[in-house]
Design a protein. Structure first.
Length: 319
């Protein structure tokens, strides 16, 4: 197939490009580099099956030639309020990517009678009152809070995607992505893993906000991409959670990072800023993925982190 991937220079978009190229497809990548990196796709520059366009997908998309699939992954996604590339500091761009970007990419899919896949997020569940989170859970989201620019953009994107499926018959799919890690992550992403791994490799104590009892579930990027590809080729139109269901506290996660890296500096605690409503618990129910896609993660946390460490060392100048 000839496949359009928006956000192709991002963490997930670049890995998805690699996988689909390796599967024998032709990939057209789009990115405006507002958060994506040219380094993530530099290795594809000489690949005759990869074509790249610098473009802001919140503007009309003109793409010559037929496209058999459209995968919409373009959006700021970092929850780091201190990062200039995080959605707290790119609120309008984030909402435009979710609203206008979704509308424009669905237009490409409708025009070409293409397969369509939307990259949604576990953040649509907000600070969940149901645990673990199933796809049927409607969520607990503050529509006017600071995080809403990302949460509500994705919720709108899901609604628009289903509207195009029901009204125009577009063959749509929605993946709700839970915490994912691996090479090509932005070291300033603001999530627990890049923060912890940076500190551990420098021999520093790992900084925990709050008491460390908040939980996450961490999925290695290769597992996530495999689930996404399976969903793309499925007949499932309703959202599907893709993530690792092994729930772990942030303190346990920090201790695991220290053990794997051999860091003896331990941890340090700072006050938790709950004003931005960082979810207290996050764990996917992947029954739908197991049943419909025959998918579940294969990488253990230790194996995934070991595969991620060389990238972080290179980026930090430690090799």
């Amino acid at each position: 197939m000839r496949i359009l991937i928006t956000g192709a220079a991002g963490f997930l978009g670049s890995h998805l490009s690699d996988r689909l190229l390796n599967d024998g497809h032709k990939v057209v990548g789009m990115d405006n580099f507002i958060t994506g990196s040219k380094d993530n796709i530099a290795h594809l520059a000489d690949n005759e099956n990869f074509k790249f366009y610098k473009h802001d997908i919140s503007n009309y998309i003109y793409l010559p030639g037929e496209v058999e699939a459209v995968l919409h992954f373009a959006s700021p996604a970092s929850p780091n309020p201190k990062s200039p590339m995080g959605y707290f500091n790119l609120p309008i761009q984030t909402m435009k990517a979710g609203a206008l970007g979704t509308h424009n990419t669905l237009g490409v899919a409708k025009e070409n009678n293409s397969n369509y896949l939307l990259a949604s997020t576990s953040e649509i569940y907000g600070d969940p009152l149901v645990h673990p989170q199933t796809e049927d859970y409607a969520g607990n989201v503050d529509p006017v809070g600071e995080r809403a620019v990302y949460d509500e953009a994705k919720r709108f994107a899901e609604a628009l995607t289903m509207a195009y499926h029901r009204t125009h018959g577009v063959n749509t799919h929605i993946v709700r992505i839970f915490n994912t890690y691996g090479p090509r992550m932005d070291l300033e992403d603001g999530r627990a893993l890049p923060n912890f791994l940076k500190q551990a490799l420098l021999g520093q104590p790992l900084t925990i906000f709050g008491d460390g009892t908040q939980t996450r579930s961490f999925c290695y990027v290769d597992d996530l991409i495999d689930g996404i590809v399976r969903l793309l080729h499925s007949e499932q139109h309703l959202p599907v959670n893709i993530g690792n269901p092994d729930e772990i506290t942030i303190l346990q996660f920090a201790e695991a990072i220290n053990e794997i890296t051999g860091n003896k500096a331990g941890v340090t605690y700072l006050p938790d800023d709950r004003s931005i409503r960082d979810p207290q618990r996050r764990q996917p129910d992947i029954t739908r993925a197991r049943t419909i896609l025959d998918w579940e993660p294969k990488y253990s946390l230790e194996k995934g982190i070991e595969k991620t460490i060389p990238y972080f060392k290179e980026k930090q100048g430690l090799v």
